[in-house]
Design a protein around this ligand. Structure first.
Ligand SMILES: [Zn+2]
Length: 262
């Protein structure tokens, strides 16, 4: 196993979180390390889009195949899916392009996320304004991710358990299924459920209406069926946009900050 600069292990590209940056249809191509890291980096993206510059593609990159940084034997944090680049053509590597206000906005994002991310514009070695990366331990990242999430399904593991129980019917523990069906998924759990059911977790509601009705823990989520339906159709649309955005493009990092999209 290899590790990238920040100490996180490299991953392959199979199980990336391919969610768009909230409030946009821009997916950091091809995706991010799933779980807490994606939650934090997607929030960075949301704030960057709101405060620094509108994000666009091609230009936003997440994971890429782990390769040592040219001229060294150190792996870039993109190889562990813990780094994200925004608007690469506008903010190229080693060049200062941002205004003072934009730079301050980037530093403010770092502060708001309790310093679990670092911004490349302040790197001592070379300027990399497009780049943010995780600069903390999994526990520290988990704490910030928890703050970011709303909803009751605050543990990513809850979504995994639910998937295990429903999808694989193994073991079907009615009491547990009841509990999880009633929970309103938070941002990360929702993305995971959506990924698993391809935007069709209304199937769950159809298959288990009795469980849903019987469950009392989250009355609001069950009572508000219209909202739940709207949420599902939104997720479906989001999925379609996401697919179109990610397409079948292959992204190659020719050198840090320089990418080729085919
Ligand atoms: Zn980068």
């Amino acid at each position: 196993m290899n590790f990238t600069q920040n100490g996180w292990n490299t991953i392959d590209g199979r199980d990336l979180d391919r969610s768009p940056i909230p409030g946009t249809d821009v997916v950091p191509i091809p995706g991010l390390r799933p779980g807490d890291v994606a939650t934090v980096l997607l929030r960075v993206g949301q704030l960057f889009n709101e405060r620094v510059a509108k994000v666009y593609n091609p230009g936003c990159w997440g994971w890429n195949a782990p390769t040592p940084i040219p001229g060294s034997n150190v792996y870039s944090n993109h190889g562990s899916g813990t780094a994200i680049d925004f608007n690469a053509p506008s903010f190229p590597w080693k060049v200062r392009k941002m205004s003072a206000a934009q730079r301050e906005a980037c530093r403010q994002i770092v502060r708001e996320l309790d310093g679990v991310v670092a911004w490349g514009g302040d790197f001592a070695t070379f300027i990399d304004e497009m780049h943010f990366e995780i600069d903390a331990t999994p526990d520290e990242v988990a704490q910030v991710a928890k703050k970011i999430r709303g909803g009751d399904m605050t543990d990513f593991e809850d979504a995994k358990k639910l998937i295990q129980m429903i999808k694989h019917r193994d073991p079907v523990d009615e009491a547990e299924v009841k509990m999880y069906v009633g929970l309103k998924p938070n941002e990360a759990a929702g993305r995971m459920l959506d990924h698993e059911w391809k935007g069709q977790h209304d199937v769950l509601k159809v298959e288990y209406p009795a469980l849903g009705e019987a469950h009392k823990l989250d009355k609001a989520a069950i009572a508000d069926k219209e909202a739940a339906r709207a949420e599902v159709s939104e997720l479906k649309a989001e999925n379609a946009r996401l697919k179109a955005a990610a397409g079948e493009k292959k992204v190659t990092e020719l050198k840090p900050g320089l990418y080729e999209v085919k």
